[in-house]
Design a protein around this ligand. Structure first.
Ligand code: BES
Ligand code: MN
Ligand code: ZN
Length: 493
């Protein structure tokens, strides 16, 4: 999608579709419709009187050959109640417009900016680009790629340097988030650990990051027995993907470690999952994909800060070689783990990945993982669960989420939960039972962070949207990418 600025008088703008929004109450003359010439507003008043324009959120009214405008079409998007309007809503409106138009073969949209603050421009670009993503790349019948080719931002004057930078930031963030969505969307036969590593390598080359991929021999030589245990049942070789961003002018510390769960397919292993929704487990590498998206964004935004991403990638499969309930494993950290359920595999690969990130010198550890179904019961599909012993870092993540427009909520950790995952035979058991399962899963991972500040994001609920929204396709969400990029930019400034 090309992103451009325009600042001619609105009446004179020649484009396929001019887009403006307005609020409930006075849908013909509020919001960015205020910038339209009187003739257009008069016409819209008639629609309002006829009850055809309500301003209700996401209502789309398309007017062909709109009076008083040179544009071929005018799309009026309802913005809902003006008291409730915020930047998240603006992102969604831009998305609703983009999806409405591209569904009708319109490839170009000119967004009439209501306000030209950099932040507003950034969210409009994000909304349009995120809405342009579709989750059906393997449908063969669709000849029309249904894409918005050009987004024009209609300002009242030439864009400032800040506004241009904001549009660019919006593009970088949304493209990174869409990259994550693409990785999550791919089925496991097309996103094996090796293919995920290959995609990481290609992304790294394109954006100038350092990428190192360790294979089975290296993983074993490093004594990553917890990671290995999960991988051993699969025919696909595991890969440890390591991406480094280290600008020359960045201080030595902090060194941020981003660890993402990269299970390219989670069958449950010997503790096999029911078949009903097992296909959803192609998304079990969403945490890893999140970190890859974050790295793609920061490679372009160039904060003065060092960041390493570590993504352990493997399948979790049942086979004659698979690990079994009752097995005891000595993790890379030296801690021993009794396997009670081979479906609690995410925490095992994260255990060794965290140990490895610490060995690389990371001074802060952030992990993202589709770790538990319990988090979906607790918070549903809209809100990511945030966990950590270090209050300051948890607060930083929550603050970043709020400004990035992603919903996150902190759940408690407590020493008292430790008893739930103790083992008779080893240091730890890999499950803590049904109660507080999102918390015990998080705490298990935290055991391997040691004293290093650590925050865990459980994205099992938010990785995927089961509903088609007017502003966003059903499917992978890329939830978490914008928050972590925001966090990193906040730290670096
Ligand atoms: N990948 C799953 C969690 C998951 C479930 C992610 C649904 C997305 C949607 C994870 O590996 C898992 O199987 N967790 C188990 C742990 C249990 C055996 C302790 C769970 O939460 O049921
Ligand atoms: Mn599992
Ligand atoms: Zn899993």
């Amino acid at each position: 999608m090309k992103i451009e600025f325009r600042h001619e008088p609105i009446a004179q703008i020649v484009t396929s579709a001019l887009v403006a929004f307005s609020f409930e109450g006075s849908p013909a003359s509020s919001g960015s419709l205020e910038r339209l010439p009187a003739e257009s507003v008069g016409f819209l008043q008639e629609l309002q009187s006829a009850g055809e324009l309500s301003g209700k959120a996401y209502e789309c009214t398309l007017i062909h050959r709109p009076p008083g405008l040179a544009a071929a079409k005018l799309l009026v998007v309802g913005a809902g109640k003006s008291e409730k309007f915020n930047s998240g809503q603006r992102r969604r409106l831009a998305g609703a417009a983009a999806r409405y138009l591209k569904g009708r073969g319109v490839r170009e949209m000119a967004w009439v900016a209501h306000q030209s603050e950099p932040e507003c421009i950034q969210t409009v670009v994000e909304g349009a680009l995120l809405a342009d993503f579709d989750s059906d790349p393997y449908k063969t019948e669709r000849s029309d790629p249904r894409r918005i080719d050009r987004l024009e931002l209609v300002l009242s004057g030439p864009p400032s340097v800040e506004v241009e930078a904001a549009a660019e930031r919006g593009r970088i963030l949304a493209e990174a988030q869409n990259f994550t969505r693409h990785l999550v969307n791919e089925p496991s036969n097309r996103m094996t650990p090796k293919l995920l590593a290959q995609q990481s390598q290609e992304m790294a080359t394109r954006f100038g990051l350092d990428c190192q991929v360790l294979g089975p021999e290296e993983i074993r030589a490093l004594k990553m027995a917890a990671f290995w245990a999960v991988a051993q049942g699969s025919e696909e070789p595991p890969q440890l993907i390591v991406l480094r961003y280290a600008p020359p002018d960045a201080p030595e510390t902090p060194l941020i470690g981003l660890i993402g769960k990269g299970i390219t397919f989670d069958s449950g292993g010997i503790s096999i999952k029911p078949s009903e929704s097992m296909h959803e487990m192609k998304t079990d590498m969403a945490g890893g994909a999140t970190m890859l998206g974050v790295m793609q964004a920061i490679a372009q935004l160039k904060p003065r800060l060092r960041v390493i991403a570590v993504v352990p990638a493997t399948e979790n499969m049942p086979s004659g070689k698979a690990y079994k309930p009752g097995d005891v494993i000595t993790s890379m950290s030296g801690k021993t783990i009794e396997i009670l359920n081979t479906d609690a595999e995410g925490r095992l690969i994260l255990a060794d990945a965290l140990t490895y990130a610490k060995r690389l010198g990371c001074t802060v550890l952030i992990d993202a993982a589709t770790l538990t179904s319990a988090i979906r019961i607790a918070l549903g599909n809209t809100t990511t669960g945030v966990f950590g012993w270090n209050k300051e870092w948890v607060e930083r993540v929550l603050a970043a989420a709020a400004s990035a427009g992603e919903k996150m909520w902190a759940l408690p950790l407590d020493e008292d939960y430790r008893d739930l995952y103790k083992s008779l035979i080893a240091d730890l058991a890999n499950t803590g039972g049904r109660y507080a399962a999102a918390i015990t899963g998080a705490m298990f991972v935290g055991e391997f962070a040691g004293d290093t500040p650590w925050v865990h994001l459980d994205i099992a609920g938010t990785r995927w949207s089961n509903e088609e929204k007017s502003f966003l396709a059903k499917g992978p969400t890329g939830h978490g990418v914008r928050t972590l990029v925001q966090l990193i930019t906040n730290i670096s400034t």
